[in-house]
Design a binder for this molecule. Structure first.
Ligand SMILES: [Zn+2]
Length: 231
């Protein structure tokens, strides 16, 4: 099989280890706990990291290629991709508008128009869910970058669910375009990754992400209906 592919099995065994806060993703029971760094995993080491980093690069390439092709469906403006600041570790992330980047999180910074994520977050999800994790996180944050490029009237008040919808449209669209390959049923498996990062309560205000059902539904709506289902 050539090209990027998703994990055959997505097993959301995170057992409440993942929480989404703000538009950020936090892993571990407390900020900076370092959960999921691979401690105690015999196979942890350079090879696994290189694989994850390759998957991250593949995900960036796939998501960007999708938007290069499809941004025009939402806007007449030329597509100008966000910068990918990529991974950081702990407190070492790029600041956003004077605010330090949050340890253990992934985020889009409107002020600097870049995406960034904590390597520990990516590594933990990569190990516990699989390579689809990095695709979901990057496609979701890229969705926020796209929101920043749309007219205000196009951006849903439920911005997080809209980003999930865009992530679904992006990943299924990338499959349809032949940018990435996945097995039948993997779209559902990708959606189940969202269960791991859902709020425990339904969507209530613009800062909330929605519960597992809402996030899965939003992702699936984008996957089956494309970008028009999201905007
Ligand atoms: Zn978000």
């Amino acid at each position: 099989m050539s090209g990027p592919r998703f994990a055959r099995q997505l097993i959301p065994v995170l057992a409440a280890a993942l929480l989404l806060v703000g538009c950020t993703v936090r892993i571990g029971s407390s900020p900076g706990s370092g959960a999921g760094t691979g401690a105690g995993t015999p196979s942890s080491g350079g090879a696994a990291s290189e694989t994850r980093q390759q998957d991250e690069q593949d995900a960036i390439d796939v998501v960007d290629a999708f938007w290069q092709r499809h941004f025009a469906e939402l806007s007449r403006a030329p597509y100008d991709p966000p910068r990918v600041a990529g991974g950081y570790v702990g407190e070492d992330g790029p600041p956003c508008g004077g605010t330090p980047s949050p340890p253990g999180n992934a985020f889009y910074c409107p002020a600097g128009d870049f995406l960034a994520w904590d390597e520990q977050l990516m590594e933990a999800g990569y190990r516990q869910i699989g390579d689809a994790w990095v695709y979901v996180v990057i496609a979701h944050e890229w969705g926020h970058a796209v929101q920043a490029r749309l007219r205000a009237t196009q951006v849903s008040v439920a911005a997080e669910l809209q980003a999930d919808c865009m992530a679904g449209a992006t990943l299924q669209g990338a499959v349809d375009d032949g940018l990435v390959r996945l097995e039948p049923g993997d779209t559902d498996e990708l959606a189940t990754a969202l269960v791991a990062v859902a709020d425990e309560y339904p969507w209530a205000d613009p800062s909330s992400h929605g519960d597992a059902r809402e996030r899965t539904d939003a992702f699936s709506a984008g996957a089956s209906g494309g970008l028009r289902a999201c905007v």
